[in-house]
Write a protein that binds this ligand. Structure first.
Ligand code: ATP
Length: 353
């Protein structure tokens, strides 16, 4: 449906996007994710036709749109600040593009009513001035204004970032639901990894203008392709050479298949906090068959309602371990000796930089 073919975007000397190759499927909710300045907005804007790539081609369907004007690409865009017209009421804002297209008035009315219902805007709100609406409602108006033109592609640039945390989570779910119902191919830009994981069918992670990985949320999180992705998404514990040596020793006794080149000096190894189990009074010989283990001492605990996070000292390293709510009731006090266990499948390893 959408293809970036070796796209470069430069601003003077600055390379904002480098050699971007990307394919986005029809109907997909696709997210461009990365830290501030990684080039995600630039990639989105070049798809929208606001920016011209300095190299490469962009395709929508079979059509090469690299030199096609924005309004002829069949894309609808929602901006972070909504960019609504303050002098118009909600209905006029939503109908704006229809009016430009000279759609008959009665048809405009019908289409606006339909899209308003779909996006969760009550009919009483349609006559209000946009300034009277809450941030969440303004965001709905911006989406309705884009959708009413039945774009082939919906582009969203951090549409939730101006909202408070609770509303953001609520709207996230509604947005996902809406996209599912409408079925429009959606490209979403965010720096918020949780938003990306919860909303997307697939995610592209960018760093410094370069694509790091494309995959489903599960692939990005559990099978991070680079150490950048591993560190950027969620939390991860870097395993020190000492911890790695101990884990390898435990593999010898438990029979775990641990054939990673673990002691390579410059390799980076990580494990996510919830992939580590905690037991007390484990046999000295290590954890269950097939797992890796290492002994440590509890240093502290923070309570998060659904789970607790323990900091466990293992020689020169401190590992953060996430334990679900029910097990948290055990409350291991500081000083408790524990055994940390992990399945070798969840140890992520990258060549050193
Ligand atoms: P943010 O979330 O902060 O917008 P981003 O990942 O979307 O970050 P971009 O906005 O795509 O990043 O910007 C990528 C790089 O290109 C940044 O270093 C930015 O300063 C630069 N840049 C973006 N637009 C322009 C422009 N019009 N002129 C010059 N430099 C630009």
């Amino acid at each position: 449906m959408i293809r970036f073919d070796d796209v470069d975007v430069t601003f003077g000397e600055h390379h904002a996007v480098r050699g971007l190759d990307l394919e986005i499927r029809e109907g997909e909710f696709f997210t461009l994710l990365g830290p501030s300045g990684c080039g995600k907005t630039t990639a989105l804007r070049s798809l929208a036709g606001f920016i011209q790539p300095s190299r490469g081609r962009i395709f929508i369907g079979d059509r090469d749109v690299t030199n096609v004007a924005s309004e002829k690409r069949g894309v609808g865009m929602v901006f972070q600040n909504y960019a609504l017209f303050p002098s118009m009421n909600v209905r006029e804002n939503i109908a704006f593009g229809l009016a430009v297209r000279k759609t008959p008035k009665a048809e405009q009315r019908r289409l606006v009513d339909e899209v308003a219902e779909r996006t969760g805007l009550a009919s009483a709100q349609l006559d209000k001035n946009v300034a009277e609406l809450s941030g969440g409602q303004q965001q709905r108006v911006a989406i309705a204004r884009a959708l009413v033109l039945t774009p082939k592609i919906l582009l969203l640039d951090e549409p939730l970032s101006n909202l408070d945390a609770k509303l953001r989570v609520q709207l996230r779910e509604q947005l996902k639901q809406l996209q599912h119902e409408v079925g429009v191919t959606t490209v979403y830009v965010t720096h918020d990894q949780e938003e990306a994981l919860t909303l997307s069918d697939r995610i592209a992670v960018l760093d410094a203008g370069e694509l790091q990985q494309v995959g489903t949320p599960e692939e990005i999180y559990d099978r991070s392709a680079t150490s950048f992705v591993c560190r950027f998404i969620g939390e991860s514990n870097r395993l020190t050479p000492t911890v790695l040596r101990r884990l390898r020793e435990s593999a010898a006794t438990s029979g775990a298949a641990f054939d990673l080149p673990l002691l390579a000096e410059d390799a980076e190894s990580y494990v996510r906090p919830e992939k580590v189990s905690v037991t007390v009074d484990a046999p000295v010989s290590g954890a269950a068959r097939g797992t890796l283990s290492v002994d440590g001492t509890v240093e502290g605990r923070t309570y998060h309602g659904s789970h607790s996070v323990y900091t466990v000292a293992v020689d020169d390293a401190k590992l953060r371990v996430s334990v679900p709510g029910t097990a948290a009731a055990k409350r291991w006090e500081p000083g408790t000796r524990v055994t940390l266990g992990m399945d070798p499948r969840w140890v992520l390893q990258y060549p050193g930089s």
